[in-house]
Design a protein around this ligand. Sequence first.
Ligand code: AMP
Ligand code: MG
Length: 414
Amino acid sequence: MRTFISFTEALDCVLSHAVPTRVEEVPLSEAISRTLAQPITARDDLPPFASSAMDGFAVRTTDFSDDPHRPVQVVDHVAAGDARSLSVQPGTCVEIMTGAPFPRGADAVIPIEWVLERDGDRVRFERIPNAFKHVRPAAEDIQSGTEVFTGGERITPAIAGMLASLGVDPVPVRVRPRVRVISTGDEIVPASSDIGPGQIRNSNGPSLRAQVLEAGGSCDHFEHVPDDPEAIRAMLADENSADLLLFSGGVSVGQHDHVKQVLDAMGAETLFWKVKQRPGKPLAFGRLGSTLFLGLPGNPVSSAMCFEIYGRPVIEAMLGRTTPRTPLLSARLGRSIKKVDGLHFFTRGIARVNESGQLSVVDTGPQGSNLYGSVVMANCIVHLREAGDYVAAGTVVQVQMLPWSGLDEISSPA
Ligand code: AMP
Ligand code: MG
């Protein structure tokens, strides 16, 4: 087991052990926020046929080379959904509606607003557009045979619309990684309870479960276990109950921190314990059979931050995601921050776009790992590298947005 490793070593280790889940098919209507599991190739052109972009008349522009006001004969009317294959002969035109198949022989649509005079089946126009005007060619958006998605994309509303246009329903997606959220601690009581002496309400359970769901994992309910090795062991009796175990608490060096010892005794392999970081120094990671485990420190700030830093990327890797939901962005620090040399800091921050259009960030204030209000206020995590005990205002740092808050929700100036 490695111990007291750097943040990058820890993250690399965690990611290198994540295995993508299997593929399942779900109806397109249920595929939002799921992850595409396979490449998607267009089997049709998009749009599938040339059509009119306007209500008007499909004409041959060469009919008007000498005289734009020359009358032509309206020989037919075609609306969207008309399956006939029409053609336009010299001296004639077809009245056409938006979305209707564009007739052969014609090369432009004259909008209805440009009609100068209509007399029965004869029509004259004020002016004539250039060839190809107001015609939507077939395959203008996507050509049949094109790989539109590589797989690994998170299915957004826009992607769902594209999948529908491409006729992809059901959709191949990755099975949601099964995650168990297990809060440890004799002092922990449910949120619905009054608190007795020495007790605190379980905040990690609800927050971690919500983070797991947001990241694309599944978690029916969060669980609680007292600081009792036997009870912890009993909870892990079913070896195949999860792809990822998320413990909160019980991984530090206290006499009542039993999680690691129980896992060790069950034959788990701890891959690392303790990381040069704040918050979350006692973080543990390993595997029990084919199940990965993350032992998150119990402090609510550490638990929430360590999930975003390590838990989310593991779930995304299990989903085969090609791009992280919360990539690192560069931002200019608006206020100096003191730190501890030798520890990578995950400082809760408030990022906003300043008047010059640049991203700037300040810390949320006191950063104690018991001060959960700092997580509530934050919209990002500010990464402050291991080396150095001070980061000066004006330094460009990296920030990782918290997926549940956006830049525009910030009211306090950065
Ligand atoms: P531990 O890592 O178990 O030593 O816990 C560190 C601190 O976090 C202690 O003050 C615990 O009471 C607190 N804590 C642990 N688990 C939770 C939880 N699920 N909800 C809120 N606070 C917790
Ligand atoms: Mg504890």
